[in-house]
Design a protein around this ligand. Structure first.
Ligand code: BGC
Length: 398
């Protein structure tokens, strides 16, 4: 059956996302940099120069704007802004302010993430999120970012994927057991409580800078699907890993939905995808429908809070599969819009190939770069996806 193509609702965000540590390079005062050089077995290679976007952000923004995107989500780096406790770098604050102004000058609306997985080494040494002073210290950092966000920034994300932060803390407490073959480690409850408190305090601090800024946070959605009879097990498994963080967004201005694949759950818990399914470079099942499920589940839990797809994409070296995956995902977004979900935007992960937390091998980017000259090349998927931003029409689902 065919139907008329759906146009984006007015003001729909159409963009791509990145995170500072994954593209900037030389984030030397962050906890991750230290981890990368500590010989920990989970880390295959260090981030080093990454995509050198710390210097080359103007080229990245030029490309995104030329391709047809209207929005760019990037994170600012606490470890650079406050490299030593209480020492705020005017130069780094000015650097990120230039990025906000640079985005605006190119017609890109910046969505600024305040925290995307990396913290200053001194904060980790204090005990990180569960330290007594965590809320105050993060709030003070948010206040220090006022010159960056006060003008020209419509959307601020306080914390990216707090649920993954709690899961990683849980895995670390259990002796860094790594990830199970399916599903996620048990989140650390103290971290969950602490990070929710940080989000609420940080949201207030952002509003104090400028009450018009739309504040939210972005949740990793694993699309837990119950096999027959496993509905109760699935709900119990999902709650601490996902729903508790979605519930904490009730009352926020928006919530970010981030999804890539699904996890099926049987009576005994998560079950690995069958051997014969198509897998991506992160070994996740190729499942473009994920974003539709994630949007609908998030709406069910959060209630009346606008949704933004802040990450969705695929690690592949076959750009045709990236286009196919993304087309499938957009059809899901369109169907959800037609069903009346309040979806305000779609930001693809990721603008650039980047450092995938331990390795450069899983390439998620719409844009590739040369690791020596850092010259950027837009992939066909970038041209296609950016082009949809020009026509303002979603694919039809035919
Ligand atoms: C994160 C990104 C990451 C992506 C793909 C999300 O969990 O926010 O930093 O690169 O998914 O794994």
């Amino acid at each position: 059956m065919t139907h008329a193509p759906t146009r984006f609702p007015d003001g729909f965000l159409w963009g791509a996302s990145t995170a500072a540590h994954q593209i900037e390079g030389n984030n030397t005062t962050s906890d991750w940099w230290r981890k990368e050089h500590s010989g920990t077995s989970h880390i295959q290679e260090p981030s080093l120069d990454a995509a050198d976007s710390y210097h080359r952000w103007p080229e990245d923004m030029d490309l995104l704007a030329e391709l047809g995107f209207t929005d760019y989500r990037f994170s600012i780096e606490w470890a650079r802004i406050e490299p030593a406790r209480g020492h705020f770098s005017h130069a780094e604050i000015a650097h990120y302010r230039r990025m906000v102004e640079g985005a605006r000058a190119r017609g890109l609306r910046p969505m600024v993430t305040l925290h995307h997985f990396t913290v200053p080494q001194w904060f980790e040494d204090l005990g990180g999120w569960t330290a007594d002073e965590a809320v105050d210290l993060f709030t003070r950092y948010v206040e220090a970012t006022a010159p960056v966000i006060a003008e020209g920034v419509d959307h601020v994300c306080t914390i990216n994927e707090p649920n993954m932060i709690a899961v990683m803390a849980g895995a670390a407490k259990a002796g860094d057991i790594g990830f199970p073959p399916a599903g996620l480690p048990t989140p650390d409850e103290d971290t969950t409580r602490a990070i929710i408190a940080v989000h609420h305090a940080a949201s207030k601090a952002v509003k104090a800078v400028n009450p018009d800024i739309q504040v939210g946070w972005t949740i990793a959605n694993q699309v837990y699907q119950a096999l027959p009879g496993a509905e109760g097990v699935t709900a119990a498994y999902r709650h601490p890993r996902e729903d508790v963080f979605i519930e904490a967004a009730r009352g926020d201005d928006w919530i970010g939905v981030q999804s890539y694949t699904r996890t099926r759950i049987g009576p005994d818990g998560p079950i690995p995808a069958p051997e014969d399914v198509e897998r991506t470079l992160t070994s996740w099942e190729y499942y473009p429908a994920a974003v539709g499920h994630a949007l609908r589940h998030t709406a069910d839990v959060v209630g009346d809070v606008p949704l933004i797809v802040t990450e969705n994409g695929i690690a592949t070296d076959d750009d045709d599969r990236r286009i196919a995956y993304t087309k499938g995902a957009l059809e899901e977004v369109e169907a959800a819009l037609r069903d009346g979900l309040d979806i305000r935007g779609y930001l693809h992960w990721s603008a650039l190939d980047n450092y995938e937390w331990g390795s450069f091998a899983p390439t998620f980017g719409l844009i590739s770069y040369d690791p020596v000259t850092f010259e950027r090349t837009a992939k066909p998927s970038a041209v296609w996806l950016g082009g949809l931003g020009r026509t303002r029409e979603l694919p039809t689902g035919e």
